[in-house]
Design a protein around this ligand. Structure first.
Ligand code: SAM
Ligand code: SF4
Length: 337
């Protein structure tokens, strides 16, 4: 399985000198999910990490504290579907209260937001990214095997509650959701939220991850420009890799995440990942991992945890390997999106 082999002929990964401040940790709190997105999880998938292998709240807190000692201050809770974890609201409350934590955000498929948006806000969550690949219920079902209605209700609820940062994430798939792009922009305008378009990445073993489904951001920008002028937005929104633009007439903020076609994608990478089973992964598109489990069980070894952060920062790859025939060894849900 290869994605976008046509762009593999672009200049090879270079050893450009880059100065990056790595202060953003994405934490996968579960690898389980209630949806089956075409690009993420095979429909029959049920090979979950055994529960006893998943980090406990106490272990996650110890890791966050160790990371803070090494400059991390922004944290994103993800998965799998983070809202499936029992006690997620309490875990968020614990993390937001830790000294040294500047922001706590979440990426979710939104299906459980109707009941959890309010408790999450009360727990201190202020920034939320909600995946929405289609508005049409049938198309949404074809892509995710789930129902779009609760997701839309959840988005509206987050707005009503007053989350200061709400972003929608749409993964681009040729032949699957091009026709949803303009309706999604209208929806983002109506809801006054930012919308980000993400290129497919080779992160799982589903059939959909092949060249014919790959839809580059440049093509989508061109499609949008046929309707409305796009103006570059001068500042970043949040800590992610998106390049932002606004629609001249309506002011909608649109982000474009060109993980494969943007050859400078990794230049400002500020993040590392913590997998649900306790591995620090310095780069999403590189198999390098540091296993924290031996330092957490039978007891938490706080000083050694800090040493691992030192090593993983030192060895963070300069660039991802997605353009080099990268073959995923663990699917996205286990790593954390
Ligand atoms: N379940 C949550 C969700 O869907 O938002 C959080 C985890 S999910 C793995 C995080 C993000 O990664 C989502 O926006 C999802 O669309 C994106 N994603 C998953 N697999 C991807 C792939 N192969 N290529 C690009 N984006 C992907
Ligand atoms: Fe689940 Fe998110 Fe993966 Fe979709 S992208 S299958 S919602 S983890």
């Amino acid at each position: 399985m290869t994605l976008a082999s046509s762009i593999a002929s672009l200049p090879a990964q270079s050893a450009r000198p880059v100065i990056r401040t790595v202060d953003y940790l994405r934490i996968s709190i579960t690898d389980r999910c209630n949806e089956r997105c075409l690009y993420c999880m095979p429909e029959q998938f049920s090979d979950w990490t055994p529960r006893e292998e998943i980090l406990t709240d106490q272990e996650i807190i110890a890791i966050v504290q160790a990371s803070i000692q090494h400059g991390f201050k922004n944290f994103r809770i993800t998965g799998g579907e983070p809202l499936l974890r029992t006690g997620v609201v309490d875990l968020i409350a614990q993390i937001t209260r830790l000294p040294g934590v500047a922001t706590v955000s979440m990426t979710t498929n939104g299906t459980r937001l109707p009941e959890l948006a309010q408790p999450l806000f009360e727990a201190g969550l202020r920034k939320i990214n909600i995946s929405l690949d289609a508005l049409d219920p049938d198309r949404y079902f074809q892509i995710t095997r789930g129902k779009v209605a609760p997701v839309i209700e959840g988005i509206k609820q987050c707005r009503k509650i007053g989350f200061p940062s709400i972003k929608l994430n749409t993964v681009l798939m040729r032949g699957k959701n091009e026709t949803e792009i303009l309706p999604l922009i209208d929806f983002a305008h109506e809801q006054n939220v930012a919308l980000r378009f993400i290129e497919l990445m080779p992160l799982s073993l589903t059939e959909m991850l092949n060249e014919s489904n790959f839809l580059p951001i440049a093509e989508v920008m061109e499609m949008i420009r046929q309707k409305e002028e796009l103006l570059p937005f001068p500042t970043k929104l949040g800590f992610g890799p998106a390049q932002y633009y606004t629609l001249k007439e309506r002011g909608v903020k649109l982000g474009f995440i060109g993980a494969l076609t943007d050859l400078h994608f990794c230049d400002n990478c500020n993040k590392m990942r913590l997998t649900a089973d306790g591995k620090i992964r310095p780069c999403l598109g590189n198999h390098l991992e540091f296993d924290l489990k031996p330092l957490l069980r039978p007891q938490i070894l706080h000083d050694q945890l800090q040493e691992i952060f030192k090593s993983s920062l030192r060895e963070k790859p300069l660039e991802h390997q997605f353009r080099n025939q990268y073959q995923p060894q663990r699917i996205m849900t286990a790593i954390g999106g």
